[in-house]
Unconditional design. Structure first.
Ligand SMILES: CC(C)(COP(=O)(O)OP(=O)(O)OC[C@H]1O[C@@H](n2cnc3c(N)ncnc32)[C@H](O)[C@@H]1OP(=O)(O)O)[C@@H](O)C(=O)NCCC(=O)NCCS
Length: 204
């Protein structure tokens, strides 16, 4: 499958899945402030994935925990991270989501998530105002948990030159998850890694 990626436009709101957007105005606001609202992946005319992005704010708290709207942008449990400058946080990955928020699981595992990540990295390399990309990453990458959380395992980030800057015990996943095999996910439920890419430009 040939995948092409491009940043989300305001006119995409509601046309592609827009679960984590409250309005077209919010898309416009993020695009203006961050330089990009989210990255979209297309197979032909069909949108097959979205990678949500939010500027890192050490004070940001997602009230809903991991079942809230933007849990991946909440780094409270890992602070202080000692980062200075502007960073974009990566997640959720919504591969295979349709505009009605139903999911086409046949699209999982076909490289769409990786294509979205690579498109964001390419975009970032052209942005002088952004100092890096950061993300939570699962310790082992249990597939059930990846699917539940819409996240990538740390190995994918490692392959794309991210480095681990902290590993933390995070109680949120264990608290929120009730419907996946706890044995397979044991390590990931207790630990998360914080991955950072600031290639060519050391963290300030
Ligand atoms: C988890 C997810 C981001 C992975 O993206 P993907 O396009 O399916 O994966 P890719 O083919 O790019 O592979 C990347 C990694 O994902 C993992 N992966 C592969 N197939 C997978 C599958 N069927 N399900 C979950 N993860 C898978 C692998 O660890 C792979 O790493 P590897 O290349 O080292 O083996 C994607 O499946 C997804 O978004 N699923 C839906 C998640 C969701 O909706 N969650 C609700 C959140 S609110």
């Amino acid at each position: 499958m040939e995948i092409r990626c491009r940043p989300m436009r305001v006119s995409d709101y509601g046309v592609v899945e827009s679960e984590h957007w409250t309005s077209a105005d919010q898309v416009a606001e993020y695009a203006e402030h961050q330089g990009i609202a989210s990255m979209l992946a297309f197979a032909g005319q069909r949108c097959v994935g979205q990678l949500y992005l939010q500027e890192y704010d050490p004070a940001f708290i997602e009230p809903g925990g991991w079942i809230g709207h933007r849990p991946w942008a909440n780094f409270q449990v890992a602070e202080p991270l000692g980062l200075h400058g502007r960073y974009l946080t990566l997640g959720c990955y919504h591969v295979g989501w349709r505009p009605d928020n139903s999911k086409d699981e046949s699209l999982w595992g076909q490289g769409i998530g990786t294509a979205l990540l690579e498109a964001v990295i390419e975009w970032y390399r052209g942005q002088a105002a952004i100092d890096g990309l950061m993300s939570w990453a699962l310790v082992t990458g249990c597939k059930g948990l990846l699917q539940w959380a819409g996240q990538m395992p740390y190995t994918v980030y490692q392959r794309h030159d991210f480095r681990e800057i902290k590993r933390v015990t995070d109680p949120r996943l264990a608290e929120d998850i009730t419907d996946i095999d706890p044995e397979g996910a044991k390590e990931d439920l207790a630990l998360l890694r914080v991955m950072l890419l600031s290639a060519g430009r050391p963290a300030r």
